[in-house]
Each structure stands twice: as structure tokens, then as C-alpha cells.
Write a protein that binds this ligand. Structure first.
Ligand SMILES: [Zn+2]
Length: 280
């Protein structure tokens, strides 16, 4: 079975959790961009395992680093959209989000020279954010891969199709959620989803829960970020301590873990893994 591998292409300064607001031009220039070298390092790991992925580009990154988008196209990766400037969906209006999505999709499509079918929301989507799925249809997307309802206490979470697999929504959009797994403690958490779990926890946890998800539900989507393989990637001054910890833990071991993941499972872009669904 093939799973889908997804990479949310954003730089070190795109985190919007700082109370003082987004990075200033001066703050960005102090460190400079690190996204290009990190994505190229991911390209090398992917090529060594003969694997292609879906790259959800932030439109800001695509505009500043168009060569990176074109390189991804040349290597056969799928180009998709991570929004305009990495702001969470919650707290935004319908019209704001629609304008953001339309502008982001057009920016990325113009650079890539290919249609962009997929969207991944910054900070993922929680149950109160599901109104955004109508915005995505209106903005021309065919699928979303953002739904990851998190609760940090034991108990059930609201899965869109009951099991947590791919689901066709009433508005025609396909949702390919991030996989959630039930732990022995009763917590339902993204143990098989990549990202923090792959970085912070022993590799066997990802392997066990991804195998289980594949057996019980089917193929799914795993994610990572370019900054997760970069131990030198800084945080903006004033970033909350819990965000620093969450984003820093395990980064020095992440390259090796991604390589191990690609040796253990087979991956492909979302549009290939879910080609049958998207053709319906
Ligand atoms: Zn993001």
C-alpha cells in the first residue's frame, strides 16, 4: 500500500503564534531565508528513496523562491497550496479567506505553470473551522488535506467519515484527513501523521500506528516541514516557550527518521495515492 507524503513549504519566520505579530523585514533579513536549503535537503532524501511527494507551498515562499517551485515540478512532485501568509483559518471571515485562497492559488499556479488542486490550511483545521471547506470549493480546489481534530484528553474525536479515511463532502470537495490513532491510554492523537510525532517520539511508534491505520482504514497522508530537518532554524524573538519546545524537539534526528520512514513505507503524491477518488 502507498501512503501520501506531504511537505508544508514555509520558512522559519512564518510562525504566527508570536503575540507581537508577524516577522518584520529587518528580523527576516537578520537571519535570511533557510527554506531553500532545507527543501533541497528533503529533495535529496526523497530522490535517494525514489519517492515523490506533495508540496503545499505557502504563496509567500513561492513568490520569493520561484526557482524552488520550478525545481519541485521538474522532479515530478505535486504542487499544492498552503495559503498566502500562514495565518490560521480561525478568526477570519469567509470573504477574507476566499480572497486569500484565490490569490495564493493564482500565485502558485502562475509560477508552476500547472493546475493546483490541493490545499492544506496553516495550523490544520479543527471542527469549528469546517466552514472553510466551502471557501476551498469556491476558490477552485478539488481537495483539502487539513482536518486533524485534536483533543488532549482521552475520548473520541469527531471524524468526518467515522473512521478517519478519505471522504467526499456534500459540496463535492474531497477531504484527505491526517491520520489519528487511538493510544492504549485512550487518547486519540496523530501518532502516525509524521511531523511532531515522528520528530519527538521513537520511530517504532510511527511505524506501528501507520501500519495499524493502513490495515484498519486504508492509505493516508503523512506530513513534515522543511524546518523540521534544520537544527539551526531559529525562532522569532517573543515566540511562546511552548511553541519553541514543540518546534525544536527532535530536529537533529529528523533527517534520519524521514529516511527510515521512506525505507519502511512506500509514498507518492496525494493526487496519485487518491487518484481513484479524485477521478469520481
Ligand atoms: Zn504551516
Amino acid at each position: 500500500m502507498e501512503n501520501a507524503l506531504s511537505i508544508d513549504v514555509e520558512d522559519w519566520h512564518h510562525d504566527a503564534t508570536r503575540p507581537a505579530g508577524p516577522a518584520t523585514r529587518a528580523e527576516i533579513e537578520t537571519v535570511g531565508s533557510r527554506v531553500e536549503r532545507n527543501v533541497e535537503a528533503l529533495f535529496e532524501i526523497l530522490a535517494a528513496h525514489d519517492t515523490r511527494a506533495t508540496l503545499f507551498f505557502l504563496a509567500d515562499v513561492a513568490r520569493d523562491q520561484p526557482g524552488l517551485v520550478q525545481q519541485a515540478c521538474t522532479l515530478g512532485h505535486e504542487i499544492a497550496c498552503h495559503g498566502l501568509a500562514h495565518r490560521p483559518v480561525s478568526g477570519r471571515t469567509y470573504d477574507e479567506l476566499r480572497d486569500d485562497c484565490l490569490a495564493a492559488r493564482k500565485t502558485i499556479e502562475d509560477i508552476a505553470g500547472t493546475a493546483v488542486l490541493g490545499f492544506r490550511a496553516p495550523y490544520f483545521l479543527q471542527p469549528p473551522d469546517l466552514w472553510a471547506l466551502d471557501v476551498l470549493v469556491e476558490s477552485g480546489f478539488r481537495y483539502d488535506s487539513s482536518y486533524m481534530p485534536l483533543r488532549y484528553f482521552p475520548g473520541d474525536v469527531p471524524r468526518l467519515d467515522g473512521a478517519g479515511g478519505a471522504v467526499r463532502l456534500e459540496n463535492g470537495l474531497w477531504e484527505f484527513p491526517l491520520p489519528l490513532s487511538r493510544l492504549p491510554s485512550g487518547h486519540v492523537l496523530p501518532a502516525a501523521a509524521g511531523g511532531f510525532s515522528l520528530r519527538a517520539l521513537p520511530f517504532w511508534i510511527t511505524r506501528r500506528y501507520l501500519e495499524r491505520f493502513n490495515t484498519e482504514v486504508g492509505p493516508t497522508v503523512v506530513y513534515t516541514h522543511p524546518w523540521e530537518i534544520d537544527p539551526e532554524s531559529p525562532k522569532l524573538p517573543g515566540t511562546p516557550g511552548y511553541v519553541r519546545w514543540f518546534n525544536n524537539v527532535g530536529r537533529s534526528r529528523m533527517r534520519g527518521k524521514i529516511a527510515r520512514l521512506l525505507s519502511t513505507f512506500r509514498f507518492a503524491p496525494i493526487t496519485e495515492v487518491f487518484a481513484t477518488e479524485l477521478a469520481r
